[in-house]
Structure formats: C-alpha cells, structure tokens
Design a protein around this ligand. Structure first.
Ligand code: BF8
Ligand code: SF4
Length: 626
C-alpha cells in the first residue's frame, strides 16, 4: 500500500495541533508571514554587492548606479548562489578527507572498504604495493586535500569521463581546477566592477559546479565509502512512524556521516542500551532527517524519520529526546521549538552554531567520547518527556535502499542473458535501455520547498515516470519522499510499465533506486560516465535526464550546474531567481548546449515538467536510433 501526500499532510496537521498547545511556531505559519515574496528578489534583479546600492532594476531604472544592467546583476547573483553551494558541498568533502586522515587501526574511524581505497589509489597513480592500508589512507587523504588548493591542473576525477569529454571541458574553460580556486574565482568575478557579461558568469557557474560534482562531492562520497563501507541493498523504513514511543528517540540530522555513524555505533552498544533500560525506556531508536539520514540508511538500514520539511515534525511528536545536528539544511527554528518540548537540540559543528542549542563540539579525534556524551544526554532526557504531548503518527513505509554504482552493477549482473561475459559493467543495464524494455533513466534529486506542495511533485513525477518504463535513481530529500510514499518498496513494481516491472522482478529491485545523499549525486555522474564508456557514447547522448522539482538550497544550484556541465539535461520545478534577465534565461535553457551538450528546463507546472522529461528521453532515443 502506498502512502499518499494527503495522508502525510493529515499527519502533519495533527502534529501542528500539539504544537498549538505548547505555543510552537512552524514553517507553515512563517510561510504565510513571508508571502508574497519580494519581486526584485524573485527575479534576481536586486544588487547589493556594493555600498552605492542596493540597486533594483525596473523599467524606469534599467541600470544600477555603476551602470550594470539586469543581465549582469542576475548573472552575478546566479554565480554567487552557485559558489555558495559548491563551497558547502566541497567543505563537507574536505571534512571527510580529514576524517580519512584521522583513520587508524585502533582509532574512532577505520577503513571499512580497503578495496575501494586501493582502486582509487591506482586510479590516482599512487603506489600501493606493500603499503599499510592506514599509511595509504593518510597519503590519499592528503592528496585529496591538495585537490582543494593545488596551483596547477584539473580535478583528478575528470579522468573518469568518457574519452574526449575532459578535453572538451578544458577547451570551453569549464573543467574545474582547484576546488577552492573555483569558489574564490566565482566570488572575485561577482565583485563590484568585475564580470557583468552573462556568458562569462554562466561559464564560471558551470565550472564552480563541476568543482563540486567532480571534486568535493565526489571525494566526499568515495572516501565516505572507504571509511564507512560502500552501500549495498539493505531494508529499512521511512516516515515518522519509525520513531518508537517506548524507546529513547535520537534523531540525527544534517549531512556528515562522521557524526551520525558514531552516534549509531554508540546507541547500539550494550552499555548504552542497558543504561536506557535503567532510565525506564525499552531501548534506543536512532532515526534520521535529511542527508545524514540517507547516509546511515544506505549503510546501516537506520530508518528515515523524514525529509527537510519534516524536521520540525520529529520534535512535534513529543517523543524526541535529542535531535543531533551537524551542518546544512538545519532550521534555526529547531532551537525555540525544542524549548516547547523536552527535546535537546544538540549542535556539534563550529560551522553550524545556533541559538537555543546545546553545543557539543564534535571532532574526529574525540568522536567516540563526544558521541557517547550525546547518547547519554538523550537517555537521561527520557524521564523529562511529557506523556500528554506524545503522539507519533502511525505511518511508515518499507524501503530497500543502498544502491551505490557498485551495487547497481552487481545487482543487474546476469539480468540479461546475452551478457554473461560482461559482468562488472553497466552493459546489462544498457541492454535493457537499448532494447527499450527500460526507456531511460531520471535522476531525481533535491529538497522539498513550500513553494511546491511538499513531496507532491517528487512522488507524482516518479509514479508517472515508472509507469512509463523509466527507471528512477533518487538521492537527498527526493529519495526520502519516494521512500515515504512506498516507491522504494519492491512491491512498487506493480505500478510500473510492463518493461520496468519485468526488470524489477528479474533483478529483485524497487523501481526507484536510492543512491544516497546529495553529495552522492556524484554517484549518478559516475554511473552516467560508465554507461557512456560502456556504450561508446558521450554522456549527453544517453536517454538520461536530471530533475529537481522542489529544490531550495544553494547546493541544489551547484548540483544543477554540474549535472548540466556533465552533459545531462536538467529539469527544475522552481526558478533559480533568473527570470529578470532574458539573456540569462536564454543561456541557461539553450546557450550552455554549445559547451556541454545540455541545458536547463524550468517548468513550475509539474504535469508539464514530467511530460517534457519523457519527451526529452524519447528524443535522445530517436537520435540514437533505438
Ligand atoms: O543536501 S535535498 S533539503 S538535506 S539540500 Fe538539504 Fe535539499 Fe534535503 Fe541534503 Ni540536499
Ligand atoms: Fe548597484 Fe552596481 Fe553597486 Fe550593484 S555593484 S549595488 S548595481 S552600484
């Protein structure tokens, strides 16, 4: 049985009633206070990058005081937005490199996938012969960290692209150099009196995005796998009903698995479980919100309490002893909201410090004791619950998650008869696509956003795609929307077209494959590159598109830019503040094609957005003659 958006909304409304009893605020009310939004901001035509402004472009005032027109202002805003996202994802990747550097045989962090480390080392030309795995880990971490600031050359992972594509990117000045350099150069270009030429600003936006997708994010993903294990299919559950009333509930929220992995480790220890029992609980339940939830779901089967716009709901259940966060996508609202309940709001990163939280600084070196202190704090808070406020919606769906590229390749091996000698490649998947059993693939990514009915676009889109024999790979909050709806349960094959249904049955997979968190969109890039290499095509020829129907963050724009930069058409359901410039709109929806072979489509009507994607996939098939 599928869970509908209406049912999820009803559950939320019930929780908001609890909120009303304790005087809690919620995003549903704040949205009303902020609507209508500022038109200048919406169109991207407000500039405040120098103190002569702020300048706003109107028909009567077509230029700012310095003479910059709408195209330059919109372009600079778009570039800064991208740079914010590229910096954020990449800094997450940097933290993972640091964690890898701290890995030790007897330390908090171990190398769980040594084969993967060896494989990447060979790829990077690092000598592995006779080396201790931890010495190699430290060496690789240092090389990874150097990718952020190296004075010459391009990102190492670009060598994973099909033949000729890296060269084309270099020729068009879109190939990313050092990651920090691309972020800094973006800010430099967007400084007062630097670039106001839309073409230059869009090119740099693509390059900064590529530094994220093929640099920071890709290292984040790959080294997370080395440290915590490469995901393989595992069963879990999603939605608020995964919280357990009799147990101490710890919710992990944020992004970096260095924290959430350690919390899971300690919450599962006999010592902590015994302590929880001593304190009157039956046990400990860890569940997650946002991307860190995807990380621990993919590797440990830890259940997903919800996605971005559900983060307040977990506190509103009245059964959350601690919501433990690190970085990104954390509502500052959680501070005051927790104060209305017994919940401890625990911040852990110097990068994300918030009022009304308990700050327990989390370091790779002291991770074990930090995690233990946090778990203990949650257990000791169990007795402070107000039973009359406890209400956990009885709503959850089964999901099978953990589809890394490695897992997808392995799962599909042997699905088609003729490729028995081609194991370990994407050829079985290609054969399904070429024969038309599967028409193509859509990478569904991104957040949810009150501008779109939350989760509705994700879920409806995916249902229609799979009904049309298009396989969906999903990450981030999009993946959680799918899981909550039941689309990651293997039984969802029954709402697929006949072709995709057959593949799901043969391979024993759900039609929507969970590929991880948002940094794991790099996995999707690797899969696309492998498909292209195995078929002798360029990435932009594949019947594959990307879609973020409800995106909201700067990171999402950086992602969009690297997906387009990689050669994959990208469909957005929310406008990235560019409607105020016809030149910027033209460049993003068509102009980038001459550099990357791909472009954006922005369509806020979800029904139309889906049809446009299906059309594009069929166009690609026709061009290939399949
Ligand atoms: O990086 S999808 S709301 S949680 S930004 Fe954030 Fe958006 Fe969720 Fe993860 Ni991604
Ligand atoms: Fe105005 Fe130009 Fe300054 Fe922007 S840079 S605030 S458009 S004067």
């Amino acid at each position: 049985k599928m869970t509908t958006v209406e049912e999820m909304e009803a559950a939320t409304n019930r929780l908001l009633e609890t909120g009303a009893k304790v005087g809690a605020d919620a995003w549903q009310f704040r949205v009303k206070n902020q609507t209508p939004h500022c038109k200048f901001g919406e169109q991207g035509v407000c500039c405040r990058i120098c103190a002569m402004g702020p300048c706003r472009i109107t028909p009567k005032a077509p230029r700012g005081i310095c003479g910059c027109d709408a195209h330059g202002i919109v372009g600079r805003n778009f570039l800064k937005f991208t740079a914010g996202g590229a910096a954020t994802h990449s800094d997450h990747g940097r933290e993972i490199c640091h964690t890898l550097y701290c890995a030790a045989e007897d330390g908090n962090y171990k190398v769980k996938d040594p084969e993967k480390l060896l494989r990447i080392a060979k790829e990077w030309g690092v000598e592995t012969e006779g080396k201790d795995i931890y010495d190699l880990a430290h060496e690789m971490a240092e090389i990874g960290l150097m990718e952020y600031g190296k004075p010459f050359g391009y990102q190492r992972f670009l060598d994973r692209m099909p033949e000729g594509q890296k060269e084309k990117l270099i020729e068009n000045e879109i190939a990313p150099r050092a990651i920090d350099r691309e972020v800094s150069t973006s800010l430099h270009m967007a400084h007062m009196g630097c670039s106001s030429l839309p073409e230059a600003l869009v090119k740099q936006s693509l390059r900064a995005g590529m530094a994220d997708g093929w640099g920071g994010s890709m290292m984040g993903t790959e080294f997370s796998d080395v440290l915590f294990g490469t995901p393989k299919p595992i069963d879990t559950e999603a939605n608020l009903g995964v919280m357990v009333a009799e147990n101490v509930n710890i919710v992990v929220h944020g992004h970096d698995p260095s924290l959430s992995e350690m919390i899971c480790e300690y919450a599962d220890s006999p010592e902590m479980i015994a302590y929880a029992k001593e304190m009157g609980a039956k046990g400990i339940t860890v569940s997650g919100v946002c991307c860190t939830s995807n990380e621990v779901a993919m590797r440990r089967g830890i259940p997903m309490a919800g996605n971005f716009l559900q983060q307040e709901n977990v506190v509103l259940t009245g059964a959350c002893e601690a919501i433990v966060v690190d970085v990104q996508c954390i509502f500052p609202a959680l501070g005051p909201l927790s104060k209305c309940f017994h919940t401890k709001f625990v911040t852990t990163s110097p990068i994300a410090q918030m009022p009304d939280s308990e700050f327990i600084r989390f370091n790779a070196e002291t991770a074990g004791e930090n995690a233990k202190a946090i778990v203990k704090m949650a257990i000791e808070n169990f007795k402070n619950r107000k039973p009359e406020l406890v209400h956990i919606p009885d709503m959850k769906a089964k999901a099978t998650v953990g589809y890394s590229v490695e897992a997808i390749v392995k799962t599909l091996d042997g699905v088609t008869n003729s490729q028995v000698d081609e194991t370990g490649t994407t050829k079985p998947l290609l054969e399904c696509i070429t024969s038309g059993v599967i028409r193509g693939a859509v990478a569904m990514v991104g957040c949810n956003n009150p501008k779109i009915r939350p989760d509705y676009a994700h879920i409806e889109l995916m249902k229609k795609l799979i009904a049309n024999d298009i396989v969906v790979i999903a990450s981030g909050c999009s993946a959680q929307a799918a899981a909550k709806a039941g689309l990651m349960d293997k039984s969802a094959k029954d709402i697929c077209g006949a072709g995709l249904k057959r593949v799901c049955e043969l391979a024993d997979i759900p039609p929507v494959l969970h590929m991880g968190s948002c940094v794991d969109i790099s996995r999707m890039m690797i899969l696309a590159a492998e498909l292209a290499k195995d078929s002798g095509l360029q990435i932009n020829q594949l019947p594959v598109v990307g879609c973020a129907p409800e995106w909201m963050s700067e990171k999402a724009v950086s992602i969009g830019n690297y997906v387009v930069g990689t050669g994959i058409d990208t469909f957005l359901g929310v406008d990235p503040y560019v409607s105020g410039s016809s030149e910027m709109c033209e460049l993003l929806t068509e102009g980038t094609r001459k550099w990357t072979g791909a472009a954006y489509t922005v369509e806020t009507d979800i029904e139309k957005l889906t049809d446009l994607m299906i059309e594009r996939i069929e166009e690609k098939r026709t061009a290939l003659g399949i």
